[in-house]
Design a protein around this ligand. Structure first.
Ligand SMILES: [Zn+2]
Length: 479
């Protein structure tokens, strides 16, 4: 499977270390997750960006987080969830609507941990697209409520031999087949899982891992419903169409990235004899890449835009500025991680309103830059990993589907110190999508556009200009 080879190069560091901060959203009790994405599809006005961060008081921090200089403590909400789940987690049998999903880890590849997931709470949407607007507590909660079966197998276990033997199927492949059917189902179906012991919940948090729910070795799996598999998917799977081509066709047919990731991850696409389980992380990047490439093909044939358009959005302390400039398609992405604010008259981290007027500055920052020319890129975007592909998809789909013109695209992601826990690249994809839905500022000249860009950036623009391949002096002289 081509896509798998492509993404094997993605190392652990490539994945973004995302975390989050609080923002409005549904009060996500186990039963009350309406899952309505806040302001989804709405066109809200340009935000000035002065409301930099939600308020965090030192009281919210556990001793360990205080010691480590964290801004947000995930441990307290996590302990509360753990207490709440103590009773339900004492059993070994689980029955529930599976957000028909499958998790495949990447550690130890090509031998991986994989398993289906069942939600212990009703009504939590499985598609992170619907999580946009949620705060960290709500996201941790949604993740924690999914109990996950664990099996270990080589990724090639998804392959179907050319001449199947007559013997009984090995237990692993039977669990896999049922998991695959669940993952292919377009709507949730009930799953019964039996674990060899009661599932355990990890409370540790890592800088680069997303929070996960409880898990235990899976002994038995049964589907309590018939999976609802779209005809188109059934056809492509039956015909053994190459994974890359199958994904393109399904994207054309309107299936979204979340569903495509499930299919790819579950190893149901491609020639039967070479099917593989694909680690979830790599699958997400492969799908973001495939979808964006499809849009980029269209974009390259479009007329060139004539104005400068500046978009902005902020979510989970991630600030995205997207500047579209007249010219043929090119793409440059910046990613900036910032250290805590230092203020002359304050002794502790202070990002509350007013901090900026006190001439505060970041104690440190790290900027990475990735670029691709008109023709696209051939090497994996190592410096930013999956985040690069998620952001590029958001820009490319807006250009191809709504703007109808091609531009040179500059994307700057500034990550505030509050974002010190990972939530996943969906945050980047949805953040950029929402930026592109916001009304842009429009300018006739580069000079005007750059003044406005600086106004919404937290770092001096020159930090980007000196590293940029799109904002070079020669280029600036063109305008
Ligand atoms: Zn803590």
């Amino acid at each position: 499977m081509d896509v798998v080879k492509l993404w094997q190069g993605a190392n652990a560091k490539g994945y973004n270390r995302h975390a989050q901060t609080a923002k409005k959203g549904p009060d996500l009790g186990p039963a009350s997750a309406s899952g309505q994405p806040e302001a989804s599809g709405a066109s809200h006005s340009h935000s000035s960006g002065s409301r930099l961060s939600p308020s965090f008081s030192g009281d919210d921090l556990c001793p360990s987080c205080r010691r480590n200089g964290r801004v947000y403590c995930p441990h307290k909400p996590m302990l509360a969830i753990k207490a709440e789940l103590a009773a339900p987690l004492q059993k070994q049998d689980f029955f529930g609507p599976s957000p028909p999903n499958l998790f495949v880890g990447h550690y130890g590849w090509p031998s991986v941990n994989w398993g289906p997931m069942v939600s212990m709470a009703e009504g939590i949407p499985d598609n992170p697209k619907d999580w946009y607007g949620w705060n960290f507590d709500q996201i941790v909660r949604a993740r924690s409520m999914q109990v996950r079966g664990q099996s270990k197998a080589p990724v090639g276990t998804a392959a179907i031999p050319k001449s199947p033997g007559m013997g009984r199927e090995a237990p692993v492949s039977r669990i896999l087949r049922d998991s695959q059917e669940a993952a292919m189902s377009f709507s949730p179906i009930d799953l019964e899982m039996h674990f060899s012991k009661a599932p355990k919940m990890a409370v540790e948090f890592h800088a680069i891992h997303q929070p996960m729910g409880p898990s235990a070795p899976l002994e038995k799996l049964a589907l309590a419903d018939n999976p609802r598999i779209p005809n188109k998917v059934d056809e492509l799977v039956e015909e053994g169409v190459k994974a890359q081509n199958a994904m393109s066709e399904l994207a054309h047919a309107g299936f979204d990235e979340h569903y495509l990731v499930r299919l790819l991850t579950a190893g149901v696409l491609g020639r039967p004899s070479s099917r593989k389980l694909v680690p979830t992380r790599w699958g997400i990047t492969a799908v973001d890449d495939t979808l964006a490439k499809q849009h980029m093909e269209k974009i390259r044939a479009m007329e060139q835009g004539s104005s400068f358009l500046l978009f902005f959005n902020e979510y989970l302390a991630n600030r995205f500025s997207v500047l579209l400039m007249p010219g043929a398609w090119e793409y440059e992405g910046f990613e900036t991680w910032t250290g805590p604010m230092v203020c002359p008259n304050a002794t502790m981290v202070n990002l509350q309103a007013g901090a900026e007027s006190q001439k505060c500055h970041f104690s440190s920052f790290a900027i990475s830059e990735e670029y691709e020319p008109f023709q696209g890129r051939t090497a994996y975007a190592n410096k930013q990993g999956g985040g690069y592909y998620a952001a590029r998809l958001g820009v490319a789909e807006a250009m191809a589907e709504r703007l109808g013109r091609q531009y040179r695209a500059l994307v700057i992601r500034e990550i505030m110190p509050e974002y010190d826990l990972p939530v996943g690249v969906w945050e980047i994809r949805e953040n950029v999508r929402h930026a592109m839905l916001n009304r842009p500022q429009k300018f006739d000249t580069m000079a005007e556009a750059l003044v406005a860009l600086q106004a919404q950036l937290k770092l001096p623009l020159r930090e980007y200009q000196t590293r940029s391949r799109l904002l070079t002096q020669k280029r600036l002289a063109d305008f």
